[in-house]
Design a protein around this ligand. Structure first.
Ligand code: MLT
Length: 201
């Protein structure tokens, strides 16, 4: 997968896995990652799917309706990529924290839905419920931050709460942060995520 890797000064810190939104690329969230933790490794990835030239992490059939078969394949591809990258760049595979926005948050959420021990934690900015009717792997005390908008047309408030419930049901410790706006990532939300991250890692 296309990506950039920046080695952080502090090898005890997590490696931040950055996953962009639809139409983004591997450079988009690097500034966000450095804001969250300026001393951590950054592994920022470009989604392999193109929707009319816009990179994504998996196919969708329509807005908000996911191609579940592709989601599963792409989630596996991303997991394998992280595994390989940890060898190539010599970071601790067991200490990876995902930071995703929108489509990137959705595949990060699906990593947690599909695999045990895949992430040490996650910051999910404006995620949806990636799949329903499946049993989640155990994720005891895995810290997850969800940033959501009360007026998000892509992800109704009830869906953010549903995601929180599903993750908590599998053992995760979820903090759900609300802003009053839509699907956008606000500066206040970033600062809340940063404070949360500092308290956990
Ligand atoms: C998705 O397809 O993952 C969501 O609809 C959000 C997005 O458009 O990126």
């Amino acid at each position: 997968m296309k990506h950039v890797f920046y080695k952080g000064e502090d090898s005890s810190k997590p490696t931040l896995l950055l996953l962009h939104g639809t139409g983004g690329n591997e450079h988009d969230l690097v500034g966000l990652g450095k804001e969250i933790d300026a001393t951590a490794n950054i592994l920022s990835v470009r989604g392999n799917v193109s929707e009319n030239g816009m990179p994504r992490f998996f196919k969708r059939l329509a807005e908000g309706i996911f191609d579940l078969e592709d989601l599963q394949l792409r989630t596996e591809e991303l997991k394998n990529f992280i595994d390989e990258a940890s060898g190539k760049y010599e970071f601790d595979r067991d200490n990876v924290v995902a930071i995703g926005y929108s489509n990137g948050a959705n595949i990060a959420g699906n990593l947690l839905f599909e695999y045990e021990h895949v992430l040490k934690g996650a910051i999910l900015h404006h995620p949806m419920v990636p799949r329903r009717g499946v049993e989640l792997p155990e994720m005891p005390k895995t810290p997850v931050f969800i940033g959501a908008g009360k007026n998000d047309h892509m992800c109704p408030a009830a869906e953010s709460e549903e995601l929180q419930d599903l993750l908590q049901g599998a053992g995760a410790e979820v903090e759900l942060y609300w802003h009053a706006y839509g699907h956008q990532l606000t500066q206040d939300e970033v600062q809340a995520a940063k404070q949360w991250y500092q308290s956990k890692f």
